[in-house]
Design a protein around this ligand. Structure first.
Ligand SMILES: [Cu+2]
Length: 80
């Protein structure tokens, strides 16, 4: 995964919480994923324990050293 600014430049040293959630069912997962930086400027998020078929949202909320936080949400459908 890449995290870029508004002009498409990779952002290093981003710390974010990752929250998998099934919005239709109102539950998350028992396993909390973590995000780690790779040497090429991308990030790896693991483990993602999407244990049920259906719509999942993955919410990334940054934890800034100072200033405001930001968030982004991705939706996935796990086929059953
Ligand atoms: Cu579910």
């Amino acid at each position: 995964m890449r995290i870029t600014n508004g002009t498409g430049v990779n952002q290093a040293n981003v710390v974010a919480n990752v929250l998998p959630f099934m919005p239709d069912m109102g539950h998350g997962t028992s396993i909390t994923p973590s995000m780690s930086a790779n040497s090429d400027g991308t990030y790896t998020v693991q483990p993602l324990y999407l244990f049920m078929a259906g719509i999942w949202s993955i919410t990334f909320t940054t934890v800034p050293a100072s200033g405001p936080s930001d968030s982004a949400v991705f939706f996935f459908c796990v086929e059953g």
